[in-house]
Design a protein around this ligand. Sequence first.
Ligand code: SF4
Length: 267
Amino acid sequence: MADTGTLCLVENEGNGRMCTTVPPVHVALMGLEKVVETLEDIPPLYRLLCGSATGQRITTYFNMITGPRKKEERDGPIEVHLIILDNGRSKILADPQLQETLRCIRCGTCLNHCPVYTRIGGHAYESTYPGPIGTILMPQLEGLNKKGALVTASSLCNACEEVCPVMIPIPGLIRRMRNEHYDMDKKGVLNGRGTQKNILETLVWKAWKYTCTIPVLNKIQLRLMGISNRFIPEIGPLKAWTTVRAKPVFSKKSLKDLVKEEGIRHE
Ligand code: SF4
């Protein structure tokens, strides 16, 4: 809380209170996005945090620490130090879209609703912050070159955005980061932009675009897909996928052919 320099600790266990009271020196670390202006800013955030994190109206303990113990007090640290970390956050703040990430109050509700997180668990992210918020925050803090793989860990189902109490547009930010991961020319503040750019993949997507937009190529593509069914498991790298999963079965006839056969008129 900027106007009084008060630190707020939200907890249910009491260990936060103990370890800030017993030692003679208290060193607190926080990211710069955790500063609010006045006491009036605390209740709405506290209410959102408790309700979204654990479904409580208030937590068992809520500690407000404003400096070291005073002369007449019997407990509390003799010294209190506060370290405010930037660590790339001011760069994030300067970007009008990415700065929305800094609204996060770490309630964890996006994790509980994420179909990816609930299946793979937190350790799979190999990051301080897992789940949807980790997916967007870690590449911003450490760069797409180190944590870019996280932006693929999403089905883009939008559940995280729907439940987030501070309405962070997580899927939109994931899409932007996926884009920047592959596109070196795009302007942005993220480190490691374009590290996934790969000529072969670019060519595949270009070919896909043409076969889907030029009718004659589309027709040839559909025919080839129809007759390729029995070859799919034998095709080199695809074998790794199809030996453990059901292979896609492409129809031998396109919808257009079937419609024609049925004698249905179409434009
Ligand atoms: S992104 Fe939203 S839902 Fe997820 S932890 Fe942060 S505040 Fe909670």
